[in-house]
Design a protein around this ligand. Structure first.
Ligand code: AMP
Length: 542
């Protein structure tokens, strides 16, 4: 017997409809590429998203055609989120920090029909457009007054003249909720990038889950600043969840330096912000010398790479801001786990609570986890044993776009490429990427743990740990360190700093001071590049 409830497909257009009707006057504030601050409301987003949909229809873009963006976090990008997906096309957010060759490859692989870009990326588009044969339309996200003349880009239109004159009414189409809505290529540190192709259904389920009290606890009382880019896994789904709850949204545009982000948090009374650790490092660095405080920020989600304990403690103890440590990946839309306490932890001391809060957290409903040992058998959730982490759920990929890379699943489970332990309460702790884990004398050493200890030292700005070949132990860890400007610390002092903080045999064999640590397009440390940089390095103990 079937249930007798109404059957209504879960479609992204319904989010912006809802935000318009119930939270029409909630604000959307954007720092623009032009440098000024732009303000309008969810009602305006809805109206202009419908104009975008009409403009797309006018260009004869078909259902499921890909519309690409190269854009910062801002209101026009938000309108594309709803106008493109809502009208049945697929929004392809491209990461502008990738190499131009890779961007041209991605645009062709996705068969993008149209590219909308912020003027910051004009030189990039000029460099690649001749290599993107599928793109028929180019739109610069600006008004006609800012449209560059003689750009060399065929038929370049300004966004405002393209969509501005369109009717403000539009009947959003109804279709199968499993239809593709947006796509995002993985960072692809090896081989060509592969695309996760999200559906309307996966996006809405993820948006519901992300807003839950044990996840981002988003509400109509929030002023939300996604520093995480809209080109990186849909800014962790925040634009969708914000529409679902009617939150105020604050977009930082291209100004991601500590000063600009801090000012925006204060002027727009931001209560909740989300980003990768490097962004917060810059902001805390800006705040410390002048002893600046937050007046409204009460929580921040930090993820994308391991959040150093020193940062979690600084936010909590010095600024009274709750850090929600999150783990996920492009293939998971991206949220997998998030760290909050359970009822039984409330009576614990602050120190005991902190031990839990440093982990990557508990699974969100909709995410199943398992860890598997070298022999292929599942490992116990004892908080001790680490193994390969597998996931499944309705917002995890089944396969990549165009079947790239074959069937990624093993028995229905997606291999994350991460190594983790899970404790009896279900708290996940990521030890490493499987290719980064260091094997010494048959035991595993977590490079994340050794990096976290290094960055807790006041003179260290950044640290990256890699394994080096060793004749006796197979591999031994060394840590590459970038010092803070003007700070002094020696190799010996840093090695001493490890004593008592980790097992003796896990203390790195060496510290190597470097000027920079190579970062990939999503701000993660590129260990492959670091290993190349250190190819002539020899261990002192080998
Ligand atoms: P991406 O698909 O670019 O978002 O990268 C996903 C990968 O980032 C994961 O598989 C992890 O290796 C890493 N990652 C994300 N969040 C965390 C975290 N909180 N701690 C450690 N690693 C993380």
């Amino acid at each position: 017997m079937l249930g007798l409830m109404q059957s209504q497909p879960l479609l992204i257009s319904s989010l912006v409809d809802f935000a318009e009707r119930h939270h029409g006057d909630a604000e959307i504030v954007s720092r623009r590429v032009e440098g000024d601050i732009h303000r309008y409301t969810w009602k305006d987003v809805a109206i202009r998203s419908r104009q975008v949909a009409n403009a797309l229809d006018g260009m004869n873009l078909l259902f499921s055609d890909r519309v690409a963006t190269l854009a910062w976090n801002g209101y026009r990008h938000l309108e594309m989120y709803f106008g493109v997906s809502g009208s049945g096309r697929v929004l392809h957010t491209i990461n502008p920090r990738l190499h131009p060759d890779q961007i041209a490859w991605i645009a062709s692989h996705a068969e993008d029909q149209m590219l909308c870009f912020d003027l910051t990326f004009l030189p990039l588009v000029q460099a690649i457009h001749a290599r993107c044969p599928t793109i028929r339309h180019y739109v610069a996200l600006c008004g006609p007054d800012m449209l560059p003349q003689d750009s060399g880009i065929p038929n370049l239109l300004s966004y405002e003249s393209w969509m501005g004159g369109q009717p403000t009414s539009y009947a959003w189409p109804s279709f199968d909720e499993n239809s593709a809505s947006s796509m995002c290529y993985t960072s692809g540190t090896t081989g060509n990038p592969k695309a996760a192709l999200y559906s309307h259904r996966s996006t809405i389920l993820h948006a519901y889950a992300a807003a839950l009290p044990d996840v981002m606890k988003m509400s109509a009382r929030d002023s939300v600043l996604p520093v995480v880019p809209m080109f990186h896994v849909n800014a962790w789904g925040i634009p969708y969840s914000a529409a679902l709850v009617g939150a105020k949204l604050v977009f930082p545009g291209p100004a991601l330096d500590g000063k600009s982000v801090y000012e925006l948090i204060e002027t727009e009374k931001v209560s909740f912000a989300a980003g990768v650790p490097t962004v917060w490092q810059m902001m805390l660095g800006h705040m410390k010398p002048d002893k600046l405080r937050f007046s409204t920020l009460n929580r921040t989600v930090i993820g994308g790479s391991a959040c150093p304990p020193a940062m979690i403690e600084a936010f909590r103890q010095e600024y009274g801001v709750e850090v929600l440590h999150a783990w996920g990946m492009t293939e998971m839309s991206p949220l997998g786990t998030l760290c909050t306490l359970k009822n039984k932890h409330l009576g614990m001391s602050a120190q005991e609570q902190m031990k839990i809060l440093l982990k990557q957290g508990r699974a969100i409903y909709g995410v199943d986890l398992k860890i598997v040992g070298d022999d292929g058998n599942q490992l116990a959730w004892d908080g001790q044993q680490s193994g390969d982490l597998y996931v499944k759920g309705p917002w995890t990929v089944r396969e990549y776009f165009k079947g790239e890379g074959g069937d990624p699943l093993a028995d229905g489970w997606f291999p994350t490429g991460d190594v983790a332990s899970i404790d009896p309460d279900g708290y996940l702790q990521i030890t490493d990427r499987s290719k980064d884990v260091i094997k010494s004398g048959g035991e595993w050493i977590s490079s994340i743990e050794l990096e976290n200890i290094a960055v807790a030292h006041p003179a260290v700005a950044m640290a990256a740990c890699v394994g080096m070949k060793h004749p006796k132990w197979d591999e031994r860890p060394i840590v590459a360190v970038v010092k803070k400007p003007g700070a002094a610390v020696t190799r010996e002092e840093l090695l001493k700093f490890y004593e008592g903080k980790t097992a003796k045999w896990q203390i790195p064999d060496d510290i190597v001071f470097v000027d920079t640590i190579p970062l990939g397009a999503t701000g993660k440390i590129l260990k492959t590049r670091l290993r190349e940089m250190l190819k002539d390095y020899r261990l002192p103990t080998a």
